[in-house]
Design a protein around this ligand. Structure first.
Ligand SMILES: Cc1cc2nc3c(=O)[nH]c(=O)nc-3n(C[C@H](O)[C@H](O)[C@H](O)COP(=O)(O)OP(=O)(O)OC[C@H]3O[C@@H](n4cnc5c(N)ncnc54)[C@H](O)[C@@H]3O)c2cc1C
Ligand code: SF4
Length: 506
């Protein structure tokens, strides 16, 4: 039976479900760079280059292993504008008996894919994406059985299921979570590891020219381009991280430093999300590094929790809650995204740092995303859809299954507390504690009001006052609301004046 196996751009895994039973003698692998996928949101130039280059390398690797690959390049004269059109054309060309695909990571595409059978006139089998450690059904069963389906409980179940950092049925070190030890600020005299970089080869150079020509008006700097684009390069990044950064990953997980973009982070999300690495192999190696005494427990635990905990959890939430999840707007926020999210031109140094880095690298680490750009958008009342669109465009690792719950749920609290128990809202004090950004800022982090005061300071209180009905009964916010109750009328009026003046100036 001749099978057409359609592989999407973030499915570059040798063990992919839709490649598993491939017959090199009869089957055809279809891969395509399509305009609709590159532009349905206008992705960062580096992200498009990364995906196209990794796809071309993966196709070459499959061909080298003897498979027949029909690879449609964006600059081929005859290409489908959409995945569906590409499939219809390919079915006409190859006349397969059936089509096999792996389910995509976006609801939009899954809905479309369910209709491909009637579009192409062949049976289309959609296989589960089993590159994750928790199947969608397993997550749904767990979620529906919980009173409070919080990540922490899910994570403990995943620790038991995988056996990572377990001693018999108990967590190593006697605790599930070492987060309290993972909140150290970084001094600027701590030596930081260099990141692993790769020089573009001929395939990547071709892709860079294409992206430069066809996506010139998209956000972001295209060069220098230094991402890994093959599995062996991605494995080198993983080895480099474990040897050089993981031993201090936990300690400085939440820290931020002026002009330092990567710190002790892994920069692995883009490779995991596109399929060049699997979550299991990454965690296996981290566990081995812990067992061999190379990394302390708080670092191994902090890292493994992000992968088997948060990463699997947000995917579960996404598919459990879609399609309605994307429309959540708990605070009814309607504000526009400030223009400086596209230019980085703002006197607020923390935002300038994170946005400039995002433009240059298509990367920011978690606390930069959560507590700088996300926090500001929430405090400023930006509509969740606007900020969701921004995050989906600007990061090389952004796919809706992982980006939407992180943005809408974790960073904007737009789901009203389904994903997090309280909004990640913070004033300048937090940013000053976890970074040295404030030392380089024109605003004064110690000032609470007036034109020179740090805008996070009054916007934080304005946010709590504005959303009092939705938040004051949240027990985790009892302290700030008690503080608010003791605030004078004059102080509250000042907060309103400062916030209005500032927001109108944007
Ligand atoms: C508003 C917002 C949007 C985000 N959008 C994305 C996104 O589009 N794609 C994405 O992969 N991550 C996203 N995250 C999660 C997280 O910020 C990134 O995974 C992380 O910064 C990637 O950098 P790293 O590989 O150096 O991570 P590290 O700090 O080294 O962490 C290790 C790994 O853990 C995983 N991880 C860590 N935190 C999370 C999380 N909250 N959710 C899922 N996986 C996690 C990632 O695979 C990451 O590679 C977002 C977070 C926020 C607050
Ligand atoms: S003073 Fe305020 S705006 Fe400036 S860097 Fe610090 S937190 Fe950001």
């Amino acid at each position: 039976m001749k099978t057409l196996r359609f592989i999407l751009g973030d499915q570059l895994s040798r063990e992919l479900a839709s490649l598993r039973d491939i017959d090199a003698g009869t089957d055809v692998v279809l891969m395509a760079e399509v305009m609709d996928e590159a532009t349905y949101v206008r992705h960062h130039k580096k992200k498009i280059a990364f995906v196209f280059s990794a796809m071309r390398h993966f196709a070459t690797e499959l061909q080298d292993r003897g498979y027949q690959v029909d690879y449609r390049r964006l600059d081929d004269r005859q290409y489908g504008k959409s995945l569906r059109a590409t499939l219809v054309q390919a079915v006409k060309r190859h006349r397969p008996d059936r089509v096999v695909v792996t389910e995509p990571g976006e609801w939009r595409l899954l809905t479309d894919m369910r209709d491909w059978q009637s579009a192409c006139g062949r049976p289309v089998e959609i296989r589960d994406d089993d590159r994750f450690l928790c199947a969608r059904k397993q997550f749904n069963d767990w979620f529906d059985a919980q009173k409070q389906p919080r990540m922490e409980y899910f994570y403990r179940q995943m620790r038991r299921q995988t056996g990572y950092l377990m001693v018999a049925d108990k967590p190593a070190g006697g605790r599930w979570n070492f987060d309290t030890e993972n909140r150290n600020p970084l001094k600027d005299n701590v030596e930081l590891p260099a990141i692993k970089q790769f020089r573009p080869d001929a395939i990547t150079a071709d892709v860079l020219t294409l992206v430069d020509e066809r996506f010139a008006d998209h956000f972001g700097e295209l060069t220098p381009f230094r991402f890994a684009v093959t599995r062996s390069q991605a494995l080198a990044v993983l080895r480099h991280f474990i040897a050089n950064a993981l031993p201090r990953f936990g300690d400085y997980q939440d820290a931020m430093l002026q002009d330092e973009r990567f710190l002790f982070h892994s920069i692995l999300s883009l490779y995991l999300n596109i399929g060049l690495l699997t979550p299991r192999e990454v965690c296996d190696r981290v566990e081995n590094a812990y067992q061999s005494g190379h990394v302390p427990l708080n670092c191994a635990e902090g890292f493994i929790r992000q992968i088997i905990g948060w990463r699997e959890y947000v995917r579960g939430i996404y598919f459990h809650e879609m399609p309605d999840y994307a429309d959540n707007n708990y605070f009814s926020a309607q504000g526009k995204l400030p223009v400086f999210y596209w230019t980085g031109e703002t006197d607020m140094n923390c935002l300038h740092q994170v946005i400039s880095q995002t433009r240059d690298e298509a990367y920011a680490h978690h606390i930069q995303r959560l507590m700088i750009t996300g926090n500001f958008a929430m405090l400023a009342g930006v509509a969740p859809g606007e900020i969701h669109d921004w995050y989906l465009r600007v990061y090389a690792d952004a796919y809706e299954w992982v980006e939407l719950p992180n943005t809408l749920g974790m960073s904007q609290f737009a789901d009203g507390g389904l994903l997090g128990s309280k909004p990640y809202a913070a004033g300048g004090n937090y940013i000053n504690k976890m970074s040295n950004y404030c030392q380089h800022c024109r605003y004064k982090v110690s000032a609470k009001s007036g034109p020179d005061a740090c805008p996070f300071n009054y916007l934080y209180w304005d946010f709590l006052i504005r959303n009092r009905d939705q938040l004051e009964h949240n027990r985790r916010l009892a302290f700030p609301y008690k503080h608010l109750a003791r605030m004078s009328e004059e102080r509250i009026a000042q907060i309103h004046r400062d916030s209005r003046r500032f927001l109108q100036s944007l």
